[in-house]
Design a protein around this ligand. Structure first.
Ligand code: FAD
Length: 489
């Protein structure tokens, strides 16, 4: 173990592993401490979206990941008699992000692929079976006290920054000392994964929300033969032995029996809706479940953590490698907090509706469409205020991922660099240099169309693919490039 790292990450779940990959690719020296010896085995995430797949694209894992996922056709909300109350279709076409809008997956598969990608980075050192006991911060570094869980040895190491990707019971959050803001959702649900032993096509490929005040439940069609039920628990269910196979089969009996499937794994969770009030303090940062927890009805908890990692990685790299100022680091919290909060609120709202006694009326009132149907549409809010070109309505929104003339996806061309999509590279001749990839609309038809769609001559895309700013003329372009240079160096 080195005695000093650029960044120490606590926790090697999906957030920590994504962050380790991205920081490692940026060339930083990174140490990861994970208390557990192995990947978490109990049932958790089953869904991620197109933006998150785009982040995985920048980690380089998509080829492997695509072999394990399933494209999700959507979610249907039905009443206790199976009547359709509301549809949340996910279009089969690839979205503006260059990927499908909704994927079903098995979280341990993803974590294993992410970890393999991190193993290939010589500057990232992972220590599983190591629990961080305390962190002290000093003027020029932080010191971590770590226990080797098996060897029962104490080690200490230093890092410039410490990122708590250490889950819902975060040690780093406790150190920062601010309580979480609690939005009030608190429900116990039983979560069961089964492996089908004979075909059950009647269960369908859509996810189903059974909206029933008596017993709400979610069905998820996983990849391969894996199927998931999440069942809301009532107070009186707590008297049951919810780890007992007989009890679980009884609760699943409306849909499936032991003749159809084997129980794979099960757990009881209390779903919460909380966001940390403070996401960073000096050398300490929070990311993933350490910073936010939400009920899983939209399948967005892990997604929010992956977005945290993408937002924070390039900012830390710019600060450590190029001396970018504190304002850039501060923008992590302000940009990510309000974004994550919107998903927390939406997930809660959906959870409340699934449990409502007059669900049909409640859904119709909550999600009315102009054509009279009740349809839910995915949200893609902009990030909160942080860095970027003042007063620009596109700033903080996700950029489109263009398909380039050489059939390459735009992000593969950009790598971890920022990108400038510009009407003509001639416009850049008299400007201060832009240190990133340039996509010239003179030779890229997709870029030409995108600029026309936004009504601008240039779009500056950050390394996390959000729009830093746009320019509508040469003077604005000059200001845009100058503003970017000042932000990252
Ligand atoms: C039933 C259920 C369904 C879900 N469905 C979805 C879904 O479909 N889509 C979605 O996006 N999200 C979903 N989620 C949420 C998702 O699973 C979590 O948001 C995600 O796993 C959090 O990842 P993380 O890396 O932030 O934290 P974790 O995966 O919790 O990792 C934190 C790690 O930190 C380690 N650690 C903690 N303290 C220390 C310490 N002091 N020292 C060393 N290591 C430490 C822990 O051992 C742990 O491995 C679901 C969750 C549940 C429970």
């Amino acid at each position: 173990m080195l005695s000093h790292y650029d960044v120490a990450i606590i926790g090697y779940g999906p957030t920590g592993a994504t962050l380790a990959n991205l920081l490692g690719q940026h060339g930083l020296s990174v140490v990861v401490f994970e208390r557990e010896a192995d990947i978490y085995k109990l049932p958790r995430a089953v869904h991620f979206d197109d933006e998150v797949m785009r982040i995985f694209q920048s980690t380089g894992i998509c080829e492997q990941l695509l072999k394990t996922v399933r494209i999700n056709p959507g979610m249907r909300f039905v009443d206790s008699s199976g009547n359709l109350l509301m549809d949340w279709p996910r279009p089969p076409e690839v979205s503006s992000q260059g990927w499908n809008t909704s994927y079903r997956f098995h979280q341990p598969d993803l974590e294993s692929i992410l970890r393999k990608s991190v193993n290939e980075l010589p500057n990232v050192h992972v220590h599983s079976g190591h629990s961080v006991l305390s962190v002290s911060t000093h003027s020029d570094h932080a010191t971590l006290q770590v226990e080797d869980v098996d060897g029962q040895q104490l080690v200490s190491t230093n890092a410039d920054f410490v990122i708590g990707c250490d889950g819902a019971r975060s040690t780093i959050r406790a150190l920062i000392g601010e309580p979480m803001q609690d939005f009030g959702f608190r429900e116990k649900w039983l979560v069961v994964d089964v492996i089908l032993t004979r075909p059950r096509p009647d269960l369908g490929d859509h996810s189903i929300q059974h909206c029933d005040a008596e017993r709400s439940a979610t069905y998820v069609r996983g990849p391969g033969n894996r199927r998931r039920w999440e069942i809301a628990l009532k107070e009186w269910d707590m008297a049951l032995d919810l780890s007992d196979a007989g009890t679980i089969w009884q609760l699943l009996s409306a849909w499936i029996s032991p003749e159809d499937a084997e129980l794979e794994r099960n757990a009881v969770y209390e779903f919460r809706s909380r966001v940390a009030k403070t996401w960073s303090s000096g050398r300490l940062f929070l990311a993933g479940d350490a910073a936010h927890q939400m009920p899983p009805f939209m399948g967005q908890g892990m997604c929010a953590g992956i977005r945290d990692a993408a937002n924070l990685a390039w900012k830390l790299a710019a600060h450590i490698k190029h001396g970018a100022n504190q304002k850039l680091l501060d923008s992590y919290a302000s940009e990510r907090r309000s974004h994550a909060e919107q998903y927390v609120q939406m997930s809660m709202r959906l959870g409340g509706l699934i449990n409502a006694s007059k669900t049909q009326e409640a859904l119709a009132a909550a999600f009315p469409q102009e054509d009279g149907s009740t349809r839910l549409e995915s949200i893609a809010p902009p990030i909160g205020p942080g860095i970027g070109f003042d007063g620009d309505k596109h700033c903080g929104h996700l950029s489109k991922q263009l398909l380039l003339a050489n059939s390459k996806m735009m992000d593969d061309q950009l790598g971890l660099s920022p990108g400038l999509i510009v009407e003509s590279s001639n416009l850049l001749l008299n400007h201060s240099t832009f240190t990133g990839e340039i996509i010239d609309a003179q030779t890229e038809k997709a870029a030409q169309e995108y600029l026309a769609e936004l009504g601008v001559v240039a779009v500056l895309v950050r390394p996390d693919r959000y729009i830093f700013g746009v320019a509508t003329n040469s003077t604005e372009l000059d200001n845009l490039i100058t503003s970017w240079s000042e932000t990252v160096s």
